[in-house]
Design a protein around this ligand. Structure first.
Ligand code: PMP
Length: 366
């Protein structure tokens, strides 16, 4: 019944689909929070080398990559669970810890994969009301409201920090205070998919530093965003060793492929590339945010590589106009944010084109 009731995840419109449907050729995609710089050249070299060996199964335990991640985070490799993207890790958490009669708590407007993995596991989703539109984190996670929904049946709480699609975040003190109050048999999953951007934009904490203190804390990360490896699918969880041990029991043996493992390891080493990706994002996000506000639009504060903005009742026609002009953004009506669109930060010239096209559409007479 949980699966029957599922609404499938809707990804950003693929470029090929827009080309086919609208006959547009010059297309920019600012719809899936990808890195416009792409991956480190070193990651591409490593991927090519690994591709020569694809007749072999990958290292199912990803010894090399885990060792590098362990060194990076200053934790033991036994705390790491690798996934085919961090979505896969979220699904593993649901598979291992949820099920019929069990509940997951998350916030309204939170990342779309939380309800999917919860329902797919046959568990009940308890959705907390978000902050109001007039909060300093509009539509963001209201941790007190989430706390109130935790019951004896709760096994997992999902917190996206920052959240997609709103971009909103929870500060260090509030997050710590929340985790301290959660009963020890409830996993607190802090989804830090946008961590590297968020640290620069909003000084967000690295929750993985608290793993020793909280055995029920799980922090998820990904190579899909600022490392520019979304197409290869690599993400991971950091947790207490017993939680990692359970996640690894339900994990498919070779869920993180050989090319992905090699590329991710090399990407970790290229700190200069990472710094460029972060600096570009911070600069361009600030610029786009200011220009969207100048257009008279409400823009939610964002600590990610995307902005969520309100175009009101005309959202569908503005989106259609953008598509016809070859600019793919993401409508977020499915997140109960009907008038909003989400745009990912692209290269400067892409962002310029998006802003100019949007201005033309918004100022055009109806
Ligand atoms: N968490 C959040 C909050 C996200 O926005 C995303 C990407 N859309 C993910 C997790 C999953 O990313 P991936 O599976 O590519 O690691």
């Amino acid at each position: 019944p949980g699966v029957q009731a599922l609404a499938p995840y809707e990804p950003g419109k693929p470029i090929a689909e827009l080309r086919r449907e609208y006959g547009v050729t010059d297309i920019i995609k600012l719809a899936s929070n990808e890195s416009p710089l792409g991956p480190s050249p070193q990651a591409l070299t490593a991927a090519r080398e690994a591709a020569a060996e694809v007749h072999r199964y990958p290292d199912g335990n990803a010894f090399e990559l885990k060792a590098r991640l362990a060194a990076r985070h200053g934790v033991g490799a036994e705390r790491i669970t690798l996934g085919n993207g961090s979505n896969d890790v979220l699904a593993l958490i649901a598979q291992a810890f949820l099920g019929p009669e069990r509940e997951a708590v998350f916030s309204r407007h939170a990342f779309a994969v939380y309800p999917i993995v919860t329902q797919a596991a046959g568990a009940v989703a308890r959705v907390a009301p978000a902050h109001g539109a007039d909060s300093d984190q509009p539509y963001g996670h209201d941790l007190a409201a989430m706390q109130r929904l935790i019951s004896g049946r709760t096994r997992v709480v999902f917190i996206a920090n920052p959240n997609n699609p709103t971009g909103t975040w929870v500060g260090e003190d509030a997050l710590r205070a929340f985790i301290e109050q959660v009963p020890g048999d409830v996993l607190v999953v802090v989804d830090e998919a946008y961590f590297e951007y968020a640290r620069d934009l909003a000084g967000l904490p690295d929750a993985s530093r608290w793993l020793d203190e909280f055995p029920n804390l799980v922090v998820t990360r990904t190579f899909s965003k600022c490392y520019g490896l979304a197409g290869l699918r690599v993400g991971y969880a950091l947790s207490s060793p017993p939680v990692a041990e359970l996640l690894n029991r339900v994990r498919q043996p070779f869920n993180c492929n050989a090319v992905a493992q090699a590329a991710a390891g090399a990407a970790l080493d290229d700190e200069a590339h990472l710094a460029r990706a972060i600096a570009l994002n911070t600069e361009q996000l600030r610029l786009m945010e200011a220009e969207l506000r100048q257009l008279g639009l409400t823009v939610l504060p964002s600590a990610g590589n995307f902005l969520c903005f309100d175009v009101g009742g005309g959202a569908a026609s503005v989106n259609e106009g953008l598509l016809r002009a070859g600019v793919i953004v993401r409508p977020v009506g499915g997140y109960e944010l009907p008038g909003f669109l989400r745009v990912s930060v692209g290269l400067p010239e892409e962002n310029r084109r998006f802003l100019d096209t949007l201005e033309r559409l918004i100022s055009a007479p109806a």
